[in-house]
Design a protein around this ligand. Structure first.
Ligand code: DC
Length: 228
């Protein structure tokens, strides 16, 4: 089977998850949501009352001893941590509120990068999204994109997602949260958010989801059509 890994890096709310999922479907590839893994670990920390700032060693321990796996038979794949399906918890406020702290812990990132590379071996025809996929996890990916959008647009998109999931929404709070997470994610020492040199950067602020998917689909067909 010819390998085809497509990475989508970029900040929170740039539309990575939805675009990656739809692009994967359209190309007949699998879909990996790596933010879900950090969120899943954050959910486990909440459940166990672990504070990721004061007890980073405990978070690393938990990451090392937890089995993260997706149920690839579901579309999109559902995330299990150990025996628990944590998918419905991933976008809750308490989980989102501390996920940046969880993701900033170097020992946690080591575990996640290793797990993601393992998943890439088992599922070598993959659209994977997350801010370090093209820069750190799959530097040799066949096609790389970096999706960006203005903070206001990103906040609006996240608000729509939350509303659709029946959650309460405060737009200003979401925008502030996005700016704060951008700041932390770009300034952290380990795998800060960057646009990989060999990635195509796309500003999606003025584009609909369909237009983004269409554009990426066209670019993949052009540059990696032989592998499709
Ligand atoms: O994309 P998202 O909002 O689901 O990501 C949740 C958090 O995890 C966010 O703070 C960024 C972080 N993350 C990361 O550091 N590396 C990844 N590959 C994916 C997400």
């Amino acid at each position: 089977m010819q390998r085809l890994i497509i990475t989508l890096d970029g900040p929170a709310g740039a539309g990575k998850s939805t675009v990656a999922w739809r692009l994967a479907k359209r190309l007949g590839l699998e879909f990996l949501d790596t933010g879900a893994m950090y969120r899943g670990l954050s959910a486990k920390c909440v459940e166990r009352g672990i504070d990721p700032v004061a007890e980073d060693y405990a978070v690393v321990e938990l990451a090392r001893n937890s089995d993260f796996h997706f149920d690839w038979s579901q579309d999109p794949p559902r995330l299990h941590v150990g025996d628990t399906d944590v998918t419905d918890r991933l976008r809750d406020n308490d989980v989102t509120g501390q996920v940046s702290e969880v993701a900033a812990i170097p020992g946690v990132r080591q575990v996640m990068v290793r797990e993601q590379r393992r998943m890439g071996k088992d599922h070598p025809r993959l659209v994977t999204e997350g801010r370090d996929q093209g820069s750190v996890v799959f530097p040799e990916a066949e096609v790389k994109f970096y999706l960006d959008a203005s903070p206001t647009i990103r906040a609006q998109r996240r608000a729509e997602q939350l509303k659709a999931a029946g959650k309460k929404v405060d737009l200003k709070q979401i925008r502030d949260g996005i700016l704060e997470r951008d700041r932390k994610d770009s300034n952290r020492k380990d795998a800060p958010l960057i646009c990989p040199e060999d990635a195509t950067r796309i500003d999606t602020s003025e584009m609909t989801l369909d237009e983004v998917v269409e554009m990426l689909h066209g670019m993949v067909t052009e540059s990696a059509g032989h592998a499709l």
